[in-house]
Design a protein around this ligand. Sequence first.
Ligand SMILES: NC(=O)c1ccc[n+]([C@@H]2O[C@H](COP(=O)([O-])OP(=O)(O)OC[C@H]3O[C@@H](n4cnc5c(N)ncnc54)[C@H](OP(=O)(O)O)[C@@H]3O)[C@@H](O)[C@H]2O)c1
Length: 283
Amino acid sequence: MKVKLAYQLDNELTIKRLGYGTMQLPGPGVWGPAVDEQNAVKVIETVIDHGVNFIDTADAYGPLYANLYLRQALKNRPDSQVVVATKVGFTRQGPGQWTPNGRPEYLRQQVEMNLFSLGLDQLDLLQLHRIDPTIPLADQLGVLAQMQQEGKIKHIGLSQVTVEQLKAAQKIVPIVSVQNRYNLIDRRDEAVLQYAEKHHLAFIPWFPLATGKLTHDSQLTKIAAKYQATPAQIALAWLLQRSDVILPIPGTKSLDHALQNIAAAKLKLSTADFQLLDQLGKQ
Ligand SMILES: NC(=O)c1ccc[n+]([C@@H]2O[C@H](COP(=O)([O-])OP(=O)(O)OC[C@H]3O[C@@H](n4cnc5c(N)ncnc54)[C@H](OP(=O)(O)O)[C@@H]3O)[C@@H](O)[C@H]2O)c1
């Protein structure tokens, strides 16, 4: 099974498909133990040093701290040319408490704050974290389109949407990507993936390791042994082989896990194992 490891986001931006997500790098606050700042920056620097050039973040991660760690790592790796994908429009009140806020003036502020906290002049990919059902979609995407014209955003993407929402958004502004929950054992958004494939949109699966469940699954462990790999690597290799438009962004605060995840791009599952995993994941 031939797997393309690069994805062309546009004429200039070539993404190596196995990326990194910053959500496992919380700052000090009321939402659980913070990661050590030096460790957080080191993890990001290490993934960059090992060839990752696509990093997903959000203003709500940390909150804010994940962007600050990423800014520091990018500053320490000035020639890295990392494609940064960030998000706005989802506010966070505490553990598990998330509320969309798609008021255009808030989205504008958050785009500016992302630029500032990431130390960038332009955001390569700005994703609307959630569509706010209380605000017209045209208003939410309208302000992002304006900021795109102002040069602050290169590309616009969506997160956790249906095919219908995706189609509605495409009538308002060009959309290059969709970020929905998807992994070996959670394929509820298969239709969105198929739409992305058909229309050449990047599909960025969040929870690629099912928040860690896939890292100690017994059936994956059995298959992993054949490849001298880990279950996490098998889960990521499956995603990479599932579709050329999939850009997995596993999250970790661990240097070892980060390196392990990057190495998954080198794994080639046999057709039989790919199909077996495909079936196992549907059970
Ligand atoms: N758009 C959205 O609404 C949305 C929602 C959630 C997440 N996201 C994005 O998706 C990214 C990935 O999601 P996620 O980080 O929440 O979940 P995930 O990647 O599915 O899993 C992360 C969990 O797996 C563990 N892990 C990672 N690599 C491992 C390995 N090789 N071996 C063993 N354990 C491993 C991590 O623990 P350790 O830290 O101990 O390694 C962590 O507990 C996020 O970072 C974020 O960028 C987007």
